[in-house]
Write a protein that binds this ligand. Sequence first.
Ligand code: PLP
Length: 386
Amino acid sequence: MKRGKRMTYFDHAATTPIHPQVVETMTKLMPEIFGNPSSVHRYGRAANEKLTTARQVIAESLAVKPHEIIFNGGGTEGDNTALISTAFARKNQGRHIITTQIEHPAILQTAAFLEQQGFEVTYLSVDESGMISLDEFKVALREDTILVSIMFANNETGNLLPIKEIGAILKDHPAYFHTDAVQAYGKVSIRPHELGIDMLSISAHKINGPKGTGFFFKRDGLSLPSFLHGGEQEEKRRAGTENLISICGMAAAVALHSEKKQAVQAQKYQCFTDTVTRILAEQEIAYHLNGNEQAKMPHILNIALPNIDNQMILMHMDLAGFAISTGSACTAGNVEPSHVLTAMYGEDSPYIRESIRISFGLGNTQEEVETFAYKLSATVKRLQKK
Ligand code: PLP
């Protein structure tokens, strides 16, 4: 569906619309550069040149070496790679893994799979603001811990987790440190080497790039077998012909979210968030903020609206022309209760069924946000009367 005049998209944490500059880059290259980057003839060399440039652009965005970037199929593949490859490579050194209860299913389901294979997983709990405790982490860390995987930012609340502190604790510990940075990348500065991060997963479709494409950062010197077996692409670290056009699109998307732009965008999103909460307060709509205001990305606003069923709100807002979300997974049309909010409040909390996630992105305007906030207020009042 086109983002027509009537519909306003506020679900950028789920995915983002592909940016016109990305479309332009991809459509221009598609007929021109069709060679296999592994071929030695000039078609192959031309393709390989594009791959090299994209790798440089992406490496610069993290201040890492181009060689430390491995192109792949996105966040889910990166998360599976980090967990499964580390587990299999290091099983003789230990079988213990630490992660959190609020990770994306790409981590949680993979961890559950590894438990079935005989690994032991500690899932760190969170407090009511959705933050983990460093003390709990220190207690959980053992001699046989081979991997710690903690997300950089949470996709439902926008919370930024204490990655720097975890990296510092792990400095003198042999456990590999992976972070799922899918939601944080392009929003905040990420410096893997300074933060002690060994591996990091990224997805292009969260930064206005194409879907099904991403990259994996693997620190130089970290021993990790290839997750996919086959050809010798990506220096034998990820088999399969690279998705060249999408990778070039991803590099174009990275430029839209440079650190210089991030600061301006964050300010804009903070204004949007403040506008929604201000109008709700003015309209005397009670709400509860899910997340930690002191350590949160401003483009995600997750709120509980007391005595309102979130599915009803979603439906009414959709009819009114606004795409928002609950943030939790949707399977065959049924929305599962959010595992993140459940971890924060316990499974009996009404917030789980009352919460909505509004997530802003590049194209949104102050006017759209104001119109939305008034419409949301009116809808809540109407539903509360019923
Ligand atoms: N990790 C997080 C935090 C996400 O939000 C997502 C996407 O929703 C993923 C991983 C999965 O990424 P992809 O859709 O590229 O497989």
